[in-house]
Design a protein around this ligand. Structure first.
Ligand code: 5GP
Length: 222
């Protein structure tokens, strides 16, 4: 059985995008990145059509209304969604689309494509994870706080996804995605046991939220 779509899901800062990019860079004949539509503003260096299709809220709502998205969700206060065209290439011998999406979107994809290979990406531990979120410098403290709060909900959902990878080392994580793809194609299960790590990540996120809440209170109230 061939894998029709790979979905990488997990909290912000877990490294889903980096894993997806590396997978496609190393195996361009086998995998292709799914470019989502979003209402969030481009970060410096991001270009529409490459990282995302950047659209207005009105344009996004029109896409939803026209049934152009296979899944969509509001994440961290912005809309994100996967255009149907990224998935539907029935009959073509083409690369497998790799989706980097949130938990709500992953559940919708599973409904439409029960054979999707959905992999929950866990950061290696609270310190490296939160350090990565803060040090990449793409979000303000208020936005980090918001992402951590969303992450708590995503981590609670981790156990509902049967396959998971701990992103300790990028090369290894990419190898593990490939191994899970091979196992899925061979019809074998390969399940992770992330419970103890999830508990540590939740505790780390809670501690950081408590630390950020003080200085950020004024900003959050706006
Ligand atoms: P970022 O703003 O950091 O690029 O992405 C924020 C979150 O939105 C990440 O968890 C990312 O996986 C998720 N996301 C990106 N594209 C999509 C999409 O098309 N659908 C859904 N549901 N989530 C997405």
């Amino acid at each position: 059985m061939s894998v029709e779509v790979i979905v990488l899901v997990g909290p912000s800062g877990a490294g889903k995008t980096t894993i997806a990019e590396r997978l496609v860079r190393d195996h361009p004949d086998r995998f292709v990145l799914s470019v989502s539509a979003t209402t969030r503003r481009p970060r410096s260096g991001e270009r529409t059509g490459r990282e995302y299709q950047f659209v207005t809220r009105g344009e996004f709502e029109a896409m939803v209304g026209a049934g152009q998205l296979i899944e969509w969700a509001e994440v961290h206060g912005e809309y994100y969604g996967t255009p149907i065209g990224n998935l539907s290439r029935a009959g073509e011998p083409c690369p497998v689309p790799v989706l980097d999406i949130d938990v709500q979107g992953a559940r919708q994809v599973i409904e439409h494509a029960p054979s999707a290979l959905v992999i929950f990406i866990l950061p290696p531990g609270p310190r490296r994870w939160i350090g990565r979120l803060v040090e990449r410098g793409t979000e303000s403290p208020v936005q980090i706080l918001r992402r951590l709060r969303t992450a708590l909900a995503e981590l609670r959902a981790a156990s509902s996804f049967r396959k998971s990878i701990v992103n300790e080392d990028l090369d290894l994580a990419v190898e593990q995605v490939l191994a899970l793809t091979r196992a899925a194609e061979a019809g074998r299960g390969c399940e992770g046991e992330p419970d103890a790590l999830v508990r540590r990540l939740v505790a780390g996120a809670r501690a950081e939220i408590a630390r950020l809440e003080g200085p950020c209170d004024a900003g959050m109230a706006q």
